[in-house]
Design a protein around this ligand. Structure first.
Ligand code: SF4
Length: 217
C-alpha cells in the first residue's frame, strides 16, 4: 500500500518542536488551499512526487525509533487536504509515535475529526494575520498578499480565512493535546501592532513568532 507521505529524506531536528527530537514527513507539497507569500515548501520542492509504501514507512519509523526520535511531525502542503491522511497517521501510531500535524488551520472539521479519532497528539497551527471582524482596505490588500500572493481577490477570501481559523482555535481549546503549538511568521507585510494582536489572541497557547526568511532564487 502506498502511504500519503512523500518519499524524500526524513529530516530530524530539536528545533521544529522546541526541545523535542522530532522527524518530519510530508504530504503532497503542492496540495494547499493557500498560496502564501514566498511559501518555502512550494519554492524549494520541485521534484517528482513519489510516496513511501507502508512497508518502507514502517522500516523508516523503526529506524527513527532506534535513533531516539520522540515525535513525528506531518507537514505538507496542507496535510488536512490529503484524502489518505488517516491511513498514514494510523501507521505512525501503530509504530508507537506521538504525532503532530502542521496545518494552516482552514479545515476545522477535518482537524476535529483527527482529534476525535485519536490520531494526533498535537497540531502546529500557523496564524498568519490578526483574526478580526473588520479589516481596512489597506489590511485587506496586505493580507491577501500574505495568504494568496495577490491583491485582486474578493475581501471574502480574507474574511473566510479569519472565520475558519477562529473555529479551529475554538476546537483546539476544547481538547488537551500535549504537542500543540501556534506559529506566526513575521512577514514584512505585517505591522508590529498586528503581530501584537495575534499574540493577544493566542495568549493561552504556546505561540512562536518566527523570523521571515525570503526565498532564495
Ligand atoms: S499554508 Fe503552508 S504550504 Fe500552504 S502556501 Fe502557505 S506556507 Fe505554503
Amino acid at each position: 500500500m502506498e502511504t500519503p507521505f512523500l518519499k524524500v529524506e526524513i529530516p530530524t531536528t530539536f528545533k521544529d518542536h522546541p526541545g523535542v527530537f522530532s522527524a518530519a514527513l510530508y504530504t503532497k507539497i503542492h496540495q494547499c488551499n493557500l498560496n502564501c507569500y514566498q511559501c518555502h515548501n512550494r519554492h524549494y520542492f520541485k521534484g517528482e512526487e513519489e510516496f513511501f509504501t507502508e512497508k518502507e514507512l514502517r522500516e523508516k519509523l523503526k529506524m527513527l525509533k532506534l535513533l531516539g526520535v520522540e515525535l513525528v511531525i506531518v507537514s505538507g502542503g496542507e496535510p488536512t487536504l490529503e484524502d489518505r491522511l488517516e491511513e498514514g497517521l494510523r501507521v505512525i501510531k501503530e509504530e508507537n509515535f506521538p504525532v503532530r500535524v502542521d496545518t494552516n488551520g482552514t479545515c476545522p472539521e477535518r482537524v476535529e475529526k483527527l482529534i476525535k479519532n485519536r490520531l494526533i497528539d498535537g497540531l502546529a497551527v500557523d496564524v498568519k494575520i490578526p483574526l478580526l471582524d473588520d479589516y481596512t482596505p489597506d489590511q485587506l490588500k496586505r493580507f491577501m498578499r500574505i495568504l494568496f500572493s495577490r491583491e485582486d481577490l474578493e475581501p471574502s477570501a480574507v474574511y473566510n480565512y479569519s472565520k475558519k481559523l477562529r473555529i479551529t482555535i475554538e476546537i483546539i481549546k476544547r481538547y488537551t493535546l500535549p504537542y500543540t503549538i501556534f506559529r506566526t511568521v513575521k512577514y514584512p507585510l505585517l505591522t508590529e501592532s498586528e503581530i501584537e494582536l495575534i499574540r493577544k489572541e493566542l495568549k493561552s497557547f504556546p505561540h512562536q513568532v518566527n523570523p521571515f526568511y525570503p526565498v532564495e532564487e
